[in-house]
Design a protein around this ligand. Sequence first.
Ligand code: ZN
Length: 86
Amino acid sequence: MHDIGNRHMNPEEVERYSLEDFSDEETTSFDEHLLLCERCRMDVESSDAYLSAMRGAASQIRQTPPRVRLRRAPALKTTAAGNRLA
Ligand SMILES: [Zn+2]
């Protein structure tokens, strides 16, 4: 698997690397190449940035309903605490 270290990663490999879709052995080989190759490192970085932006947008959409519900939580908590004190 050390042959990977001697050539550049292609766009598909860059994407799979970002998605951690490789075996440990393959990841190690690409890690070795990335240590030596700034070009592929920059490809992986931009792919990572794209993927985390996509994940960030997706998790924001998922988090919206609970946040709206949480607005009522503090009032309920205060009432419960007040009842316990009284
Ligand atoms: Zn390279």
